[in-house]
Design a protein around this ligand. Structure first.
Ligand SMILES: Cc1cc2nc3c(=O)[nH]c(=O)nc-3n(C[C@H](O)[C@H](O)[C@H](O)COP(=O)(O)OP(=O)(O)OC[C@H]3O[C@@H](n4cnc5c(N)ncnc54)[C@H](O)[C@@H]3O)c2cc1C
Length: 376
């Protein structure tokens, strides 16, 4: 594929995913408890082969899955994405024993994964994380807290980033695979504006050994950033999927709604807003595909492209969903309406996996670093 158009097989796969999301995943999502891990939904994602694809596909396929599922079932999209986020460090950096124990269960949906980086005192400034890994015999003891961890406290294992070298910033962080049943690990659920399985974790001298390390000691920050470079464009894809769903709903509504002896679509002030929504959604989509294609090609400028794609797509989706609400009028705000759901759902991606301001910081840093290299 070129970065600017999908091939016919990819287009057909996306259509199939949207259809499956509506027919097989939507009913399971509707039966799940809001804000809780939905294991039947995960099992179905496993049966459909989509979770296994997290480990065989590249960034572009991940984006196509997330965009397509988001258009018909955001809950299924999120369940898939969180399995990928939590398990990617195991897939990319795990030992044969870690991979053998967990990845097939992540792929069939029977084990739930989580990615535990954020802390009460370290969100955007992730390198300031303080969860202490103190040497104890052959291993370490983890003491401290994690916060805003998707799938916590119900996950079966956590990719946990902890400080092995105090005062060393990003260079003193180690990634550990911590099974949920380790002694001293407890957690509690948090309720969000849009139901999302998420919680806080408390570590009270949780024992870990060298066999639990993902990658190498003190090299865990690279594990976290590599995972985010893969997932950031796909957060953009999630946002594009929500924007497309809002746009489709708006085209349908403005074609049908009668007003001023015509339809809303006959008012140029309305139809031009719809055109603007479509324009911005398509621009965001192209940037997401280009960033994902660059990731799959091993391009050097992936951090900048991934940041740009996430930033543009999540901000665009916020605009598109807000405009869709406006053009639907009061009905969009009624509890249970698709746009009421999207209006709440679209907000968080501008904050997680690096807030929009953090993405601007990454873009600027990369631009100046490149200029510096060229000056040499
Ligand atoms: C739904 C949801 C799911 C999440 N899931 C996970 C998860 O699975 N795992 C995980 O580890 N974390 C997760 N998080 C946490 C998320 O990654 C953090 O919320 C995010 O990194 C921001 O950290 P913070 O909330 O502490 O905000 P802060 O770091 O306190 O920042 C607050 C605001 O300050 C501004 N700001 C911050 N830094 C800068 C800067 N450098 N320049 C300019 N302005 C800045 C931005 O406006 C930012 O939104 C999730 C969050 C949400 C909402």
């Amino acid at each position: 594929m070129s970065a600017f158009s999908l091939g016919p097989e990819q287009t057909a796969w996306c259509a199939e995913l949207r259809e499956l999301a509506g027919r097989r995943l939507r009913p399971l999502a509707d039966r799940g408890a809001p804000g809780r891990v939905n294991r039947p939904l995960l099992a179905e994602l496993g049966r459909l082969g989509l979770l296994a694809r997290l480990f065989s596909a590249g960034a572009l396929d991940l984006c196509l899955m997330r965009e397509s599922l988001a258009q018909a079932c955001t809950e299924a999209e999120t369940a898939l994405a969180l399995q990928g986020l939590g398990a990617h460090p195991v897939h990319a950096h795990g030992t044969p024993a870690q991979r053998g124990r967990w990845l097939h269960r992540v792929a069939d949906g029977s084990a739930v994964a989580a990615f535990a980086l954020s802390e009460p005192g370290a969100g955007s400034d992730a390198a300031a994380l303080a969860l202490a890994a103190e040497a104890d015999g052959d291993g370490w003891r983890l003491t401290g807290a994690k916060c805003w961890i998707s799938n916590a406290p119900e996950a079966d294992f956590y990719t946990v980033f902890a400080r092995t070298t105090p005062g060393a910033g990003a260079r003193g962080v180690t990634a550990f695979l911590v099974p949920a049943d380790r002694p001293g690990l407890t957690g509690s659920a948090l309720e969000m504006i849009s139901p999302h399985p998420i919680g806080a974790l408390d570590f009270d001298a949780v024992p870990v050994t060298a066999a639990d390390v993902l990658g190498a000691p003190d090299r865990g920050f690279a594990v976290a950033m590599g995972t985010l470079n893969l997932f950031r464009p796909s957060v953009g894809a999630f946002a594009v999927g929500m924007a497309q769903a809002a746009l489709d709903a708006t085209i349908g509504h403005t074609r049908r709604r009668e007003a001023f002896r015509g339809r809303l679509m006959d008012l140029q002030a309305v139809s031009h807003q719809v055109a603007e929504m479509a324009l911005r959604t398509e621009a965001a989509r192209l940037m997401v595909y280009a960033a994902a294609a660059a990731h799959d090609a091993g391009a050097a400028d992936v951090p900048r492209r991934a940041a740009m794609a996430k930033l543009l797509a999540t901000e665009t989706a916020q605009y598109v969903v807000d405009t869709a609400v406006q053009l639907h009028g009061a009905r969009a705000l009624r509890r249970g309406h698709l746009l009421e759901h999207l209006y709440r759902e679209v907000r968080a991606p501008r904050i997680y996996e690096g807030a929009s301001e953090v993405q601007r910081g990454i873009i600027a840093k990369e631009l100046y670093a490149t200029a510096h290299e060229e000056d040499r």
